[in-house]
Structures are given as structure tokens and as C-alpha cells.
Design a protein around this ligand. Sequence first.
Ligand code: KG4
Ligand code: ZN
Length: 401
Amino acid sequence: MKILAIETSCDDTCAAVLENDCLLSNVISSQTDLHAKWGGVVPDIAKRAHMEKIEPVIAEALKCLNPSVNKSTSPLDPPSLKAMDGRSKRETLKNLSTEEIIDKLIKDIDVIAVTQGPGLAIALGVGVNKAKELAIKYNKKLIGVNHVEGHILANLIKNKLGKPDRKIEFPALAMTVSGGHTKLILVQNPSVPIEIGASPLEKRETFKKEIFNFKYTVVGETLDDAAGEALDKAAKMMGLGYPGGPIVERLAQMGDKNYLKLPRPLSTQKNFDYSFSGLKTSFYYQIKEWPKDKIGENLANLSASFQDAVFDSLLIKFKKAIEFYKPKTLLASGGVLANMELRKRLRKLAKEMKTPIFMPMKKEFNTDNAAMIGVVGYYKALRNEFVEDKEELDRNPRLNF
Ligand code: KG4
Ligand code: ZN
């Protein structure tokens, strides 16, 4: 099964092509530079950029299906023949418009998967409309995908060779941490008990059909800002660029995390919810009266202190939830997981809790991408969860589990 996946929920225009859950191409057109001077995502600018980039990005992703790229010529072919074969096929694409490239290559696609929500409404609309248009025009099956489920299953993206072949043991506990959401999600697989008592053949069939029937229960989430959003806002207060997370990470490496005393909100409460707005406010009031040069001299210390408070909060609740739900696998994902310090601390926690942890294999699988949307599309396709009336698929900015 070949899947074309599309993601436009925030400020990245993304398309990917997968063969089942194996990634063949992953294209991301980032709008970071367009939003940087405003210190955050500007919806109208995001929409315009998505509209401009959506077709070129899809065409670029589909190029992996061009025979010249994929064709495995026999080692017995004379070199000149191989070269000519590749060159002539490539040239047939060279003078085509993006629309014509899509028209030529989309025939090999079986399913189109698109992020339906949650996210920025007018940004989501661009991807959903394009997916609908292509699915109707070329008579492809269509699947709507939850962006947060995409982040969770980013852990299951395989390369062309089917690696890594990760097996999640259930129940699993997933932590997704990005600029838009911070959630702890219990992932169960209701199909597992069905296996018990079945004949070997039935068992295999059931396994094939049902094993990926994930059930998600949100057991904790932020009551206000997301963790990535808090890092971005703190960066803005220090006069740093956007997005702040990666800049704070770089500065924090050189700073003293005990420089500023900051709260770990809700950390003593029994629930698994987070809050980052109190932390942000405390940070603001502590540096509000500081002259600019004092902030400038202490950027590393301030970054280290703020980042440590955010990561402490994340880990305290994650640990509590692990102790309570006793998951067999831990999953972590989302844009903030691009942070090496957080990955290190999560690995240490997993070791302490004697539970294996999966984190996305590549940096670009942490932040928004369409590969993760394609993987969710793959599992949904296995369960025949296609959109019945393609015209009716609508964006859902508040889509939940
Ligand atoms: O998943 P994502 O690309 O988009 C959303 O779904 O929100 O996450 C973006 C967030 C931003 O807040 C950004 O500052 C944060 O992820 N981020 C990082 C790092 N790279 C991206 N935070 C900390 N360290 C990083 N290296
Ligand atoms: Zn995201």
C-alpha cells in the first residue's frame, strides 16, 4: 500500500510518501523565517505560505515514485544503458509543472492521509482541501488523521528497509511535548485479549487485523501553556529569536540551572496534569526590572534555569504516571523531544523505572512532519477507517481522541 501523507496544522508545509509504514520520502517546507520577526506564528501568513507551497511540496514528495529514482537496474545492464535509462526518465519530469508532476506520479498512490486537527484552523484547511481535491480527482481512498496521534506514532516510522522494527508492549505510556500540546496518554490495545484462546490460524488473522487497534486515553495534560510554548515565550522575554526552544537549548548548555529559583507548578499534586503559565509568570517578574545588559550577560544562566524547570515538571509527572499505570513501554515525542538534554533525562528515567523507551529516530520526526501522519494513515487503512464521503471531510482545530 502506497500512502501520500499531508500535514499543514501549524507552520510547516509537509508531505511524505510511504510504502505501508516504511518512509520513501519526507518533505518539509518550514515557515520559521516568515514568522520569526513576529515572535510567533501569524495565522494569515501561515495560510498564504501553505497555499503557495502545498503543491510543490507534494510534487517533491511524489518524485520518489518516479521510475528513474526507484528503478533497480540489473547489475548486468551495461553502464551506458543504466545512465541513459535514468537520464531520459528524469528529463521527462524536468519540464513539467508541479501540477503535471502530481498528475503523472500520483497513479501509484493508494491512500491519501491528511492531518484533520488539532491545529490552526486556516492552516489545517489548506491541507484538508488539497487532500480532498486529489482524492476526488484521482479516485484515491482518504483518511483523516489526528495530529497528536501522529506525534505518538512517529516512534514507529520505518526506513525503506523496514528498520527499526519496534514492538510496543501494552499498555504503553506516551508523552507528547510540543508547541501546541503537552499530554500524557495511556496507549492500550484492546485487541490483545482477543488473541487468547483462538486457533493458531485465527490467532494469526486476528493479530494481523487487530493488533494495531490502539486505544488512547489522555491521563494528563497541560492546563494552560504547552511546554514548547513556555520555552518560546521565555525566549521572547529574553529577546531571543523564534522558535525559542532550540535557542534556549544551545544557551542552556553553558549556563547554571540553579541561577534563578523557579517553581515546578502542580508537582506535588496527585494528578498527572501540567501547568506552565505560573512558571512563565515567575520568570517574567524576576527579570522584569533587570536592565538589558544584565539579561544579556545572563542569557545562558536564565535559559538553563528555565529549561530545567520545564523539564523537571515534565519528568516529575511522567514518573508519577509510570508508577501508577505501570506501562510496559514508554513513548516520547513532539517538537521539544528534539532537545538532547530532555532525551538524556528521559533515557535515565526509563532506566530507573526499568521500562524501555522509544523516541523518534530522527530530529525531523520530532517536529511537525507528514511521515508520522502517513504511519497513522497506514494503521487506519489496515482497519478500513477511510472517509466515507470525501466531500464531507472537514478540518477540526479542536480534534480530540
Ligand atoms: O511538534 P512541533 O514542531 O509543533 C507543534 O505541534 O507544536 O513543536 C514545536 C515546538 C516549539 O515550541 C519549539 O520551540 C520546540 O518544539 N522545539 C524545541 C526544540 N526544537 C523544537 N524545544 C526544545 N529544544 C529543542 N531543540
Ligand atoms: Zn505537532
